[in-house]
Design a binder for this molecule. Sequence first.
Ligand SMILES: *Cc1c(COP(=O)(O)O)cnc(C)c1O
Length: 369
Amino acid sequence: MPDNPIPMVDLKAQYTTLRTELEPAIIAALAATQYILGPNVQAFEQEAAEYLGVAHAIGCASGTDALHLALAALGIGPGDEVITTPFTFIATAEAIRYVGAEPVFVDIDPATFNIDPRAVEAAIGPRTRALLPVHLFGQPADMDALARIADARGLQIVEDCAQSFGATMPGGRTGALGAAGAFSFFPSKNLGAFGDGGLVTTGDAATAERIRVLRNHGQTERYHHACIGYNSRLDELQAVVLRHKLPHIEVYNRERRRVAERYDAGLAGAPVQVPHRDGLGTHVFHQYTILTDRREHVAAALRAASIANAIYYPVPLHRQPPFADRAADASLDHAEHVAARCLSLPMYPELDDHQIDRICAVIREALDG
Ligand SMILES: *Cc1c(COP(=O)(O)O)cnc(C)c1O
């Protein structure tokens, strides 16, 4: 009998475990009829702020909007440049364009896949206003080095925490380390809702207030609008889901690290590069991403064994048509090297040892000889 297929993520597992407490809570929120900016949104904002160790957390409609609102609230706009990584999901750089600013792409560290602080420093120019590091695949970027650069040059840091909910550095959790942090609750993220959702964090009360106003049509009091804002609120029902999942995030992230360690052991000695931990912070393994020169071959072997796999990300952003004019910003060789070889394996807290061992065996066999 063939083995069961293994997906990239299994959203059913968390739903099944939580449904007996979650379904009555969702029904209660339906009956309460406070569907927009209701009590669950407020409570979740407080609970998330407390967990993340940050003074203010503001719910919004998506991680993309969280980035957009953070940049807008910090006053980044036309004529400004924001230094970021080309090896990320497009939303990181889309948000920079939404506020009318320009992304400047700099290269990554080929071991961690995160933005290289030395490349950041070399790219700073008279128009640079902010840095936008991504804690890619759940490993915090080198925030100490980036903060030193930002402080010395008077730059703001917006953290893209879409993949790093719960990841820590000695100075605090991601999202509490810059001027603002942007989180996504897209269902497959480490803390996932049952639809879209996002959160902006900041330690600054005035920035928090601007974000609250911007997410709700620029409204300061009912039908009084201080500026042109947006309709970008966290949904009340999604807040119910997030409030029930938040108390489990430490366990979810610990289980992701267990999965990663078993992958490491299972792939030891195979001709692949397993994820490098730089030891600066705690990795929460949104993805477990290997590098291999024989990516197509490995992916085909996994497919034949009904094991899902994915390429995050096949085309760095400076190779995408909307950003083609930024291709010559700097040498982006490491980003290109990694994009051509990366392969992400199934990763979710409930992945069991037998499944991980099966995946490793298929990869080892594919690369044997
Ligand atoms: C998912 C993601 C986003 C966007 O989040 P959405 O909630 O899907 O809008 C932004 N940046 C990164 C790095 C992401 O992985």
